[in-house]
Design a protein around this ligand. Structure first.
Ligand SMILES: CC(C)(COP(=O)(O)OP(=O)(O)OC[C@H]1O[C@@H](n2cnc3c(N)ncnc32)[C@H](O)[C@@H]1OP(=O)(O)O)[C@@H](O)C(=O)NCCC(=O)NCCS
Length: 183
């Protein structure tokens, strides 16, 4: 398995992986088509960061995908751009083998290399907490979580250039347009 940046030739295969990963499982409804469409909408929006969008390869096959997207923190000093990690998807047949962990590491490393101070996301505190993320609230950040999500789902990973004295890094996270209609 190896990780590399996504390329336009990959987009249809990524669509399939994301659709399958977010498909119906147990009592979870099928979010696959919605999240796969979100990935395409992100690429058509200013929030797209192609240098921070990755695929996981098993030989010639794409088995995982993640991307880091531009967003903002709104504080009394105005809006400051930051980044968010979303979505993260691993093909069901390949889950539980460390691929999600490797994709998160690649995305975080790219954001760090790009000089980003932090990465926010919505997700399981257990999963992301074991991968260097912390509760966003502890660092003065609130995320526009859906009504059903617990507050702990708001997570942040602080990076090398993070400055805790910078008040512009505390406030309300504003998602970019592609996320506006999601629930
Ligand atoms: C969540 C997901 C990306 C993890 O990818 P993966 O390659 O299976 O993850 P890894 O093999 O690196 O890590 C496995 C760990 O993830 C845990 N895990 C898997 N799915 C999880 C979930 N939905 N919530 C919390 N933990 C989960 C496993 O229990 C295992 O835990 P451990 O590290 O304590 O042993 C993958 O299961 C997936 O695509 N799920 C559907 C889409 C989704 O929920 N994406 C995340 C949205 S924030």
């Amino acid at each position: 398995m190896h990780i590399r940046r996504e390329h336009p030739d990959d987009f249809d295969a990524i669509h399939e992986v994301v659709t399958a990963a977010f498909g119906r499982s147990g009592r979870q409804p099928d979010h696959g088509p919605q999240v796969a469409a979100l990935v395409r909408t992100i690429r058509a929006d200013d929030c797209y960061r192609p240098a921070m969008a990755f695929v996981a390869m098993d030989g010639p096959e794409i088995v995982g995908h993640t991307m880091v997207d531009g967003c903002w923190v709104r504080s009394a000093s105005g809006d400051r751009s930051i980044v968010m990690l979303s979505p993260l998807a691993v093909k069901p047949s390949h889950q539980g083998r460390g691929i999600g962990t490797a994709l998160v590491a690649a995305a975080v490393a790219a954001a760090d290399l790009g000089g980003e101070p932090l990465v926010v996301l919505e997700g399981s505190p257990k999963y992301y907490g074991a991968r260097g993320f912390e509760p966003a609230g502890a660092h003065g950040l609130t995320l526009p979580l859906p009504g059903w999500a617990p507050v702990e789902a708001a997570q942040v990973r602080l990076l090398a250039t993070y400055d805790r004295a910078d008040a512009r890094l505390r406030g309300e996270v504003i998602y970019p347009a592609p996320f506006a209609d999601l629930d």
